[in-house]
Write a protein of this length. Structure first.
Length: 248
């Protein structure tokens, strides 16, 4: 749809629809249980609301920056939705911002974060059903894939539609997730002791090692070949079973 053919902002119904869908999606896979979980989801939800409030409601950032940056903001008035793609405007690019590599990269990051969040939840749920530590799937690469997924989704949205509010919230939320992860690790270490130490040894908290990523991709290729069956490899496969809540 041509952004000049319809009202660009004040689309409050669309705001509610998009925020509701994304928050429900995140909640359905994150499955908050404790107060800490709800605070984590609440921070992410606040980020999403702040983002879509300016994307579809009132473009506060555009109004605040338009006087400072002047003509560098392409079509930055309330009549144009394209002005919200600030990276596109600030770089003085022309054409449709939705086809620019920055926007395409943002879409890839958001999609990848959603896939990672769903995959991490499946691995966690499966482990909880069997009463063991979650060590398969994304948990075989990093100790906190769910937090990584939330940060990747937020980063994708920042590339797509940056606002002053979300730019300020992003580092605060990222730091809060790191602190929450450290607290969870201390609790898990006290609860599972040797089993947790075996799992955590040599496995990064947030950024996977390239060698492990290559190994995981190679394992997927071998599994997809006819006559081949996949099997877990590395320390994750040897982690002993243990009971209790397995979120890491």
């Amino acid at each position: 749809m041509n952004s000049h053919a319809a009202p660009a902002y004040g689309l409050w119904a669309l705001l509610l629809l998009n925020t509701g869908l994304i928050i429900l999606f995140a909640a359905s896979f994150f499955r908050p249980r404790t107060g800490r979980d709800w605070r984590t989801l609440g921070g992410f939800s606040a980020f999403v609301v702040a983002l879509f409030a300016e994307m579809y409601g009132f473009p506060l950032t555009i109004y605040l920056l338009s006087g400072w940056l002047g003509g560098r903001l392409q079509d930055a008035g309330p009549a144009s939705h394209d002005g919200g793609h600030l990276w596109f405007s600030l770089l003085r690019l022309h054409g449709d911002p939705h086809s620019h590599p920055v926007h395409l990269l943002s879409s890839v990051l958001v999609a990848a974060g959603c896939v990672l969040l769903a995959s991490a939840w499946r691995a966690l749920h499966s482990a909880q059903q069997r009463g063991v530590l979650a060590v398969s799937g994304p948990y075989g690469l990093v100790r906190h894939p769910q937090y990584v997924a939330l940060v990747v989704i937020m980063l994708g949205f920042l590339l797509q539609w940056p606002t002053l509010a979300t730019l300020l919230m992003f580092p605060v939320l990222t730091l809060s997730y790191v602190r929450l992860a450290r607290r969870e690790e201390r609790r898990m270490a006290g609860e599972f002791e040797c089993a947790w130490e075996c799992y955590a040894h040599g496995r990064p908290a947030f950024v996977p090692r390239l060698s492990r990523v290559r190994g995981a991709l190679a394992g997927l290729v071998r599994t997809d070949r006819p006559g081949k069956t996949g099997s877990p490899r590395g320390p994750a496969a040897a982690t002993p079973a243990t009971h209790g809540r397995t979120r890491s």
